[in-house]
Write a protein that binds this ligand. Sequence first.
Ligand code: DQA
Length: 147
Amino acid sequence: TRVLVLNGPNLGRLGVREPDVYGTTTLGDLAALCRDTGRRLDLAVEVRQTDDEAEMLRWVHEAADERVPIVLNPAAFTHYSYSLRDALAQRTAPLIEVHISNPAAREEFRHTSVVAGVATGTIAGFGMMSYVLALQAVAELVAEGQA
Ligand code: DQA
């Protein structure tokens, strides 16, 4: 099973970006971790990152058309992008929302996710392990015939 791991704005800066919050793992390291986890779970994982909302929407449309599950860290889009939410509402396969930090324990504006309501579920606060747990969830859904 193919899985897209999509990352939103500023996540290309992982490793140098607020390391106290996001750690020192780079996007390249994270991509390798996701691909390795995928191999272990028999999932073909493709990792992408964009700062561009339009590009993110195209990827979400592509996944809907091809019935591909998504693990998504929408980054700041989480908190305000109704166009991303509307794109995700068209999904035809599971959607796991992930966050590295725990937005509920941070500033007030991070407490709202406009994406959560159209996701299968959300995993937040486990650092890079959030992605590993999300891929495990996808593998479980595939095993149950739900993906
Ligand atoms: C984030 C949390 C968001 O609030 C923030 O805008 C991000 C990263 C996380 O992974 O913890 O860019 O999605």
